[in-house]
Ligand binder design. Structure first.
Ligand code: 8YV
Length: 313
């Protein structure tokens, strides 16, 4: 067997990433192989794992990898992997912070505009030839409306800067103080939701934030409010969201993430006042290349220098 360290790639990644990885590692494609046979044969030798951030790596799989030292996440979120289990086992974990901030923030603004100006609905109207039978009914203005951000991290800051360019007053709820003192901090989610027209979610997923956007928060956002989720599906109570949308108690929603990806509840899919994206916020050629480089370089750095470039654990 080669002297290169053996790593397990958990879910599908671009072939170009596999090609680069193979220069440094013996790569096992978990999603493509007979998993039980692979684990029987190679588990004792597998020292590293690479996983898509939104998918993570299960505790059951971690348990079957006794030699696992390091997990490199392809993405910034680390909610899908149990970090406590990793700490207990002494497994190092990394992610890809910052390289995706701009593209994720861009999609946040795109969803805000798409919902308010009914871009997708108007596109469907135009394609169907309906214009020939009458004008499009019209939409709402976005510039100048109040933007509320939940989670003032680096992506939250990028959203705020973009929204400020649309003359939108910035409000937020976050454990961390914003870098700009003109942005108004609120000490509860309900107070934030009451004060704004848009609620943009950029907070981490995981047990602590599960369904933090519940019926009470959505009611506080109100019938002229718009919810934008570019964080994790788990932070929103989807049942409550569907109910307020169906009842006309929320103007609309723009969602890039869902509770059970890739499944999107049919009730959401049938609503006109939502814009639904298949988790594409970071999915541009430039950003995915930067994420791929950092994901791979974390593993290379760990195995050659003994340390991760962007450690989480
Ligand atoms: C990734 C994400 O595109 O970074 C994250 O946490 O959710 C996305 O940006 C996704 O995890 C694919 O790997």
């Amino acid at each position: 067997m080669s002297s290169k360290p053996e790593i397990l790639v958990i879910s599908e990644i671009p072939q170009t990433m596999i090609d680069t990885l193979e220069r440094h590692f013996v790569v096992h494609r978990y999603w493509q192989t007979d998993a039980p046979a692979l684990l029987r044969e190679r588990a004792p030798a597998i020292r590293g794992a690479l996983t898509r951030a939104a998918k993570g790596i299960s505790n059951a799989l971690i348990e079957q990898l006794p030699a696992l030292e390091v997990i490199s996440g392809f993405g910034v979120g680390v909610d899908a992997t149990d970090l406590n289990v990793c700490r207990q086992r002494g497994i190092k974990v990394s992610n890809t912070p910052n390289v995706l901030n701009e593209c994720v923030a861009d999609i946040g603004l795109a969803l805000m505009l798409a919902v308010t100006r009914k871009i997708c609905e108007a596109d469907r109207f135009a394609r169907a030839g309906e214009w020939e039978h009458g004008a499009f009914p019209g939409a709402w203005k976005m510039s100048g409306k109040r933007c509320g951000i939940v989670g003032m991290g680096n992506i939250g800051h990028d959203i705020a800067q973009r929204a400020a360019a649309f003359n939108m007053p910035i409000h937020y709820f976050s454990p961390r103080e914003a870098r700009n003192s003109h942005w108004q901090r609120h000490d509860s989610l309900i107070k934030l939701a009451n004060a704004v027209d848009f609620l943009v979610l950029t907070l981490p997923g995981g047990a602590k934030t599960q369904h933090i956007i519940n019926r009470d928060v959505l009611d506080a956002l109100g019938p002229e409010g718009i919810l934008i989720n570019i964080a994790r599906g788990s932070v929103v109570d989807t049942g409550a969201l569907i109910a307020v949308l169906q009842e006309g108690k929320l103007r609309g929603a723009g969602l890039d993430v869902f509770e059970e990806e890739p499944h999107i509840p049919p009730a959401l899919r049938s609503l006109q006042n939502v814009v639904l994206l298949p988790h594409i916020a970071s999915n541009t050629a430039e950003t995915r290349q930067a994420m791929a480089d950092l994901t791979i370089n974390n593993l290379v750095s760990y195995f050659t220098q003994g340390k991760l470039l962007t450690p989480v654990v």
